[in-house]
Design a protein around this ligand. Structure first.
Ligand code: PXP
Length: 242
């Protein structure tokens, strides 16, 4: 499976102080150097983490594909058509949510999305829709003409994290069934949300061969902070104790 590294939460730390560090652009370049297959970022309407300039710089500087997650709004479409990421992934967005909760309801947005996506497809940008593992959502996704879907793994991840392994297994089967169904319908199938160093292994074992790519963000950023903490403290001590 390919790995798309989501750099949103590098920007979350920066925005906590509205300062210049850490930079998601720098993180994207390091992820690329480390072997990531793609950089994923979510430009939210409230700009709580990634800023417009981050997107522009990442698109300009990285040579691996850039996947822009965005809500289906006019503003975001204008930005996508200007910056031209390699892929857009449409996600639902609610201002009060902590993270993207639930998939996009393509069934109820179907007619609107057909028109919405037309110029994006004409611009040669790959289209993916972030949806729940549900046949009706997959059928609607095919109808709107998407190239791919990204299956929401949040419920699986939460069950696994709570050690409800039997239920996690069932959720994995539900995702697997949906992934095969979508593939049969000609869609490329990606997945992501809430995956960690612990819960990703069962997912990969079960979904290898049908899910092409995972997009993972929070857990990578969280571990980067911990892995790098000792070195960061030592370097500060060196500056102070001279
Ligand atoms: N995929 C999609 C569509 C997302 O919205 C997100 C979160 O921005 C992710 C993947 C990554 O999720 P996480 O940060 O939990 O790894």
């Amino acid at each position: 499976m390919r790995l798309g590294v989501n750099v949103d939460h590098v920007a979350t730390v920066r925005q906590a102080r509205r300062t210049f560090e850490p930079s998601p652009v720098f993180a994207a370049l390091i992820a690329q150097q480390a072997g990531a297959d793609q950089i994923t970022l979510h430009l939210r309407e409230d700009r709580r983490h990634i800023q417009d300039r981050d997107l522009e710089l990442i698109k300009e500087l990285v040579i691996i594909p850039v996947n822009l997650e965005m809500a289906p709004t006019e503003e975001m479409r204008e930005i996508a058509l200007r910056v031209k990421p390699d892929r857009i992934t449409l996600v639902p967005e609610r201002r009060e949510e902590i993270t993207t909760e639930g998939g996009l309801d393509v069934v109820s947005l179907k007619e609107r999305l057909k028109d919405y996506l037309k110029p994006i497809k004409e611009a040669g940008i790959e289209v993916s829709l972030f949806i729940e593992a549900d046949r009706a959502q997959i059928d609607a996704s095919v109808e709107v003409g998407t190239d791919a879907i990204e299956l929401h793994t949040g419920a699986y991840a939460n069950l696994w994290n709570e050690h409800r392994f039997e239920e996690a297994k069932k959720e994995l089967q539900r995702i697997k069934e949906a992934a095969f169904y979508a593939k049969e319908k000609g869609l490329r199938v990606y997945a992501g949300h809430g995956l960690t160093y612990h819960n990703v292994k069962d997912f990969v074992r079960e979904l290898k061969g049908v899910v092409e790519e995972l997009n993972i963000g929070h857990s990578i950023v969280a571990n980067a902070v911990i892995f790098g903490f000792e070195r960061a403290v030592k370097e500060m001590i060196n500056l102070i104790k001279t």
